[in-house]
Design a protein around this ligand. Structure first.
Ligand code: GLY
Length: 394
């Protein structure tokens, strides 16, 4: 009797967890529909879908904006899953639309802008046109690294909340552009690009992270690489934990481990994951508030999507694998629910609702954001790949 009861319980538990598995095919089918409508709504390839304006209209941005690569990248993910040739064609068109940014030396965001679209396109199609654009772009990005400072400069100057100006600010987001440099180092054989990533990541470990493993948003460097100030730009306060910043850092150190196999980066990524997942202000649905120190305010779906994608990769490197996988799965379940996922034809045809771009500037608060969609699609692909692998093993 006792055994019979346990058996039923086990059966129910398995059934419930099976019910909870995300239907990745269905998610991509609805994403494809949204993006077909998005493609139809766009005037040309000179302005890229970004978010929703306060008046409800679609916000479009030029190729020089840091987010210009996410639309092409998202189209590649949809092509990857659906095999639909129309998405391959659109992904190519929107990827080539960013090519002039390869010569842009005024931003650290070239990884987002070039590698998300063209890197995915190259991975999937090996189109030889993409490679030289990315190699030039990586060189442009590397011009922003000063060896005596040991880090890549994020912005050409920054004024903090008190109006004090700094000339060499580095933001935690910058960790995300190292993946692009690792690729370029491998493709070109230029070891200096590889070493540059190590130097940037090591300084960021030292100066961006607090003892509790939360990250500052902006660290301002001065002569000889001396740290002058630790600030926020998009977070609630200098000492708060801006949610997307924590997500960028987590993703960045997972990539550092993937590329170097140095355990210090893996341990670091695990400690960041612990900060996030054990945080008292992480809501039950695991989609963070826009800042961990502003519980009860707007959620940031983009941070949830980036975290989910990073945690899924982290789950493949041992340690608390199950915890990371389950947390990511729960994030994806939340994002795939009607609370965060737009109904067909709504939300200016973006997939996800409820992200926050820059709340202190009152910009993009509780709107869709193109990069939330990008990392959501990436995470779904990773999730499905991992589930299939586990199914093959069991
Ligand atoms: N990289 C800018 C942001 O995350 O908003």
């Amino acid at each position: 009797m006792k055994h019979g009861f346990l058996f039923v319980l086990l059966f129910v538990a398995q059934a419930v967890s099976a019910q909870k598995a995300i239907n990745v095919d269905a998610e991509f089918a609805s994403a494809a529909k949204q993006y077909e409508a998005m493609l139809r709504s766009l005037p040309d390839t000179t302005r890229f879908p970004q978010s929703t304006l306060p008046d409800g209209k679609l916000r479009l941005m030029p190729s020089s904006w840091w987010c210009s690569g996410f639309f092409g990248g998202s189209l590649w993910y949809i092509f990857e899953r659906t095999g639909d040739a129309r998405f391959r064609e659109a992904a190519h068109r929107w990827s080539m639309a960013v090519q002039k940014e390869q010569a842009n030396t005024r931003t650290h965001d070239l990884g987002f802008m070039l590698y998300c679209p063209l890197g995915n396109g190259y991975r999937l199609t090996k189109n030889p046109a993409y490679r030289p654009i990315m190699l030039t772009g990586a060189k442009s990005l590397a011009t922003r690294f000063r060896p005596d400072y040991g880090v890549i400069k994020s912005w050409d100057g920054y004024k903090d909340g008190a109006g004090k100006r700094y000339e060499y600010p580095v933001i935690i987001d910058n960790m995300m552009n190292l993946e692009f440099l690792f690729w370029a180092a491998r493709e070109s054989g230029d070891k200096t690009l590889y070493n540059l990533c190590l130097s940037h990541a090591d300084s960021t470990m030292k100066y961006h992270y607090r003892p509790d493993m939360s990250s500052y948003h902006v660290v301002c460097y001065g002569d000889g690489g001396k740290v002058l100030a630790q600030r926020t730009h998009q977070g609630a306060a200098d000492e708060s934990a801006w949610a997307r910043g924590q997500a960028w850092g987590l993703y960045g150190y997972v990539v550092m481990y993937r590329e170097t196999k140095d355990k210090k980066y893996l341990n670091f990524a695990r400690r960041i994951a612990d900060f996030i997942l054990k945080h008292k202000n992480l809501p039950a649905d695991k989609i963070p508030y826009w800042d961990f120190d502003r519980p009860g305010e707007e959620r940031d779906a983009s941070a949830g999507a980036i975290m989910a994608s990073a945690l899924l990769e982290l789950s493949t490197y041992g340690g608390a694998s199950k915890t990371y996988f389950k947390a990511a799965e729960q994030m994806l379940q939340s994002l795939s629910s009607p609370t965060y996922k737009a109904a067909p034809g709504e939300n200016n045809n973006f997939i996800l609702k409820h992200s926050v771009g820059h709340k202190p500037a009152k910009s993009e608060v509780d709107t869709p954001l193109i990069y939330a969609d990008y990392y959501y699609l990436e995470a779904l692909l990773r999730y499905d790949g991992l589930r299939k692998k586990t199914a093959l093993k069991s």
